[in-house]
Ligand binder design. Sequence first.
Ligand code: NAD
Ligand code: GLY
Length: 365
Amino acid sequence: MASLQHTLKLDLAERSYPIYIGRGLLDADLLRPHIPGQQVLLVSNETVAPLYLQRLQAGLEGLQLACCILPDGEQYKTLDSLNRIFDSLLQQRFDRGCTLIALGGGVVGDITGFAAASYQRGVHFIQVPTTLLAQVDSSVGGKTGVNHPLGKNMIGAFYQPRCVLIDTDSLNTLDDRQLRAGIAEVIKYGLINDAEFFAWLEAHYAKLLAREPEALAFAIERSCADKADVVAADERESGQRALLNLGHSFGHAIETGMGYGEWLHGEAVAAGMCLAARMSARMGWLDRSSLARILDLIERCGLPSRAPQQLAPARMTELMAVDKKVLAGKLRLVLLKGIGQALVTGEFDTEALRETLERGADRSN
Ligand code: NAD
Ligand code: GLY
């Protein structure tokens, strides 16, 4: 039975939208009011579609429905996949009043959102995220896009959905590695500006790993609320939204350097947050006991706290230069002054960065 537990609002004036969180919501009739026209393209992938597409379709009877099923994987977050969506839309003669619904993880959500942003200069868009990572991060806030071989998420647009529907029961079919990857982004919110949530995670991480519904629902709601506040204040990342990229400069370099799909996004972010924390400690910004708490929580959650051995520090440095936070040729990083006290800055000790990368994979460090 469907049970709506929370409705959050992302406050963006006339583009505000609800984030529905609850159990069994794929069967609840919540999407209809957010679909203005008759034409709907459901976009999913070959893993998620057999699990959940039919249930979503059942609630949309009477509309002109079409489906586009993409191959599964980060390596398919490409312009080719984007084109497959455009092919479906054009073959069905979908017009400017159509709605695209993304059913899947962050890869499907990011590609579909970008398709919605660019098809006929913008059509309606709904997010139905089915991984923990997508439920706590990628489906909220309107960042959409695809990868380029030279850089992760380099082609894209800010484009907000009309609503986000989070059915926490869909996490039951997610494998443990993917669940852990989502927990990395949850920990990120505690580190950025929510020390109380970080402490809650230290006490309750085992419940998340055991998929206890109440713990998961709380973590999802708190993460979405934290993210909604940041996005409402800085939608297009002219300031504090960049904090949401804690660990990402290092993490994107790991994902690109290892080959898309080798390390999961959440795993790369986990290692990246540990590198950011170590660098902050090297500069004397973060005290040693906070550093130890961060590394401990990440490791207890079964996430990597080191850079991969195979990625040479020089290659990491090169890849980090292709980052969306680079401004006028200058690298800016998200670093920590404490747990719950992240800051974005270009004013850091380059020697501390060099040393952090040099020893990034070192277990004795
Ligand atoms: P993903 O979309 O690749 O999904 C992970 C795997 O889980 C895939 O194999 C998928 O098919 C499968 N899956 C999805 N839902 C499932 C379910 N309920 N049951 C079983 N299997 C399921 O990866 P992800 O971790 O969800 O997202 C990572 C992507 O999100 C990256 O490309 C990253 O750049 C992007 N991202 C975007 C933002 C943003 O703000 N837009 C934020 C964070 C991450
Ligand atoms: N995941 C980073 C952001 O949404 O800004």
